[in-house]
Design a protein around this ligand. Structure first.
Ligand code: GRF
Length: 226
């Protein structure tokens, strides 16, 4: 049937590695607790990959220390005072020359241009501390808290050309409690971010993510279920 053929074609985009070790690059600007969660998941064998490089656009990002402590290569590539294309070319070259297959944004405080995003199409992930499409942008936990939602959470998504608009891969909800402040809510969301990001990366590493437009389908594990 013509209709069903067209539908199959929609789902043809298959991303991630099918076998072997995924080479990961992480971009940070600060604290790096999500980076730490990724490092720990790799160490526990929950991500079948290796961290080739951690790059920060801030020289004093604490995440750089975390990476060094684990013997991971670190780079400081300044963005300040630099023309965007030049900065992104440096980033892309650093990642590509190290064979990076998946770029993970973990508290990286720069919006990437279409140039960079097309160069790594469907190979850039980001973690956002709200249930997208609600509360995109900065200070998402406080936005959700101030709005008065009963449930917030975190989202891992592929990065597209908008801000926090790319196809969603994994979401974990977090209940908002009466006694919460924006900070206590943010802390509980952060704990879930540390579960969600490694989960999404491992799905990519296993080649189990298929992207069709806005939708990400998670394929069952070979010979099993999800
Ligand atoms: C996290 O809340 C993440 O969702 C957001 O930036 C924060 C980074 O925290 N994109 P960390 O640097 O990973 O600790």
């Amino acid at each position: 049937m013509a209709g069903s053929t067209a539908k199959c074609k929609d789902w043809e985009k298959h991303v991630g590695t099918v076998m072997g070790m995924l080479t990961i690059g992480v971009l940070i600007s600060g604290r790096g607790s999500n980076l730490q969660a990724i490092i720990d998941a790799v160490a526990r064998g929950e991500i079948t990959g290796r961290l080739a490089v951690v790059i920060s656009n801030k020289p004093d990002a604490f995440g750089l220390e975390r990476a060094r402590k684990h013997g991971i290569e670190t780079l400081f590539i300044p963005s300040k005072g630099k023309e965007r294309t030049g900065f992104e070319q440096e980033l892309a070259e650093a990642l590509e020359s190290r064979g990076v297959e998946l770029v993970c944004l973990a508290g990286f405080m720069r919006v990437l241009s279409p140039y960079f995003i097309r160069r790594f199409k469907h190979r850039i992930m980001n973690i956002h501390p709200a249930l997208l499409p609600s509360f995109p942008g900065e200070d998402a936990q406080r936005q959700a808290f101030d709005y008065g939602v009963k449930v917030s959470g975190c989202s891992v998504h592929f990065v597209d050309e908008g801000v926090d608009t790319g196809p969603v891969i994994v979401q974990i909800p977090v209940d908002v409690r009466d006694e919460d402040t924006a900070d206590t809510l943010a802390d509980r969301i952060l704990a879930q971010e540390h579960r969600a990001y490694p989960m999404a990366i491992q799905l990519f590493a296993e080649g189990r993510l298929q992207v069709a437009g806005r939708k990400v389908r998670v394929l069952p594990r070979k010979g099993g279920t999800r």
